[in-house]
Design a protein around this ligand. Structure first.
Ligand code: ADP
Length: 187
């Protein structure tokens, strides 16, 4: 299974991604997690990405593409993967298609879209801000991230619809209910 998780920030990609990892036994590749790890480790890449992330913008394509290519090239990703937070714009989606060809891997099978409305998203992210204190979970930055999602990432639904790969799942409800909807949609 080669799967992309699509959805606004706070739509549950990370949480459902972990459940899918356990279910399918394939790795999850999260560019957000990788970037936060680079920031925490103080690497050159982390230093380059930090200001953009804190402002809710998209980190340069070269940086995230490098992260994904490195990870997809590892052995455990050969039998499948779950992408969380990548691609985030059409350019990244095109690069991903080319990358898989270059690596001799089959194309993406499905793009799972977790549908959650803006009001619920803002509520969840403000709640997460209190619990986890992520640098980008502040109200003005949250609004910016939703704006960037709607402008840059939401259009990817059309990109994958054109390939017949989109499954939209209602992302509101209990974690188990949402997970079961995803599994059912994937067939
Ligand atoms: P969110 O919960 O907002 O979806 P993520 O953890 O996926 O957050 O990503 C956090 C931040 O990392 C993004 O706001 C962005 O700055 C950066 N980022 C993550 N993935 C990408 C990507 N594919 N392209 C560009 N920037 C990215």
């Amino acid at each position: 299974m080669r799967m992309i998780l699509l959805g606004a920030p706070g739509s549950g990609k990370g949480t459902q991604g972990e459940k899918l990892v356990a279910h399918y036994g394939i790795p999850k590749i999260s560019t957000g997690d990788a970037l936060r790890a680079a920031v925490a480790a103080g690497t050159e890449l982390g230093k380059q990405a930090k200001a953009t992330m804190d402002a809710g913008g998209l980190v340069a394509n070269e940086i995230v593409i490098g992260i994904v290519e490195e990870r997809l090239g590892q052995d455990d990703a050969r039998k499948g993967f779950i992408l969380d937070g990548f691609p985030r714009n059409t350019a990244q989606a095109q690069v991903l298609d080319d990358m898989l060809k270059r690596l001799g891997q089959p194309a993406v099978d499905k793009a799972v879209h977790l549908a959650v409305d803006d009001e619920e998203i803002i509520k969840r992210l403000l709640d997460r801000a209190q619990k986890e204190g992520r640098a980008d979970d502040k109200e003005d930055v949250i609004r910016k991230r939703i704006e960037v999602y709607n402008a840059e990432t939401h259009p990817l639904l059309d990109y994958y619809r054109a390939q017949g790969k989109v499954m939209t799942v209602d992302g509101v409800g209990s974690l188990d209910d949402i997970f079961n909807r995803i599994i059912k949609a994937l067939g």
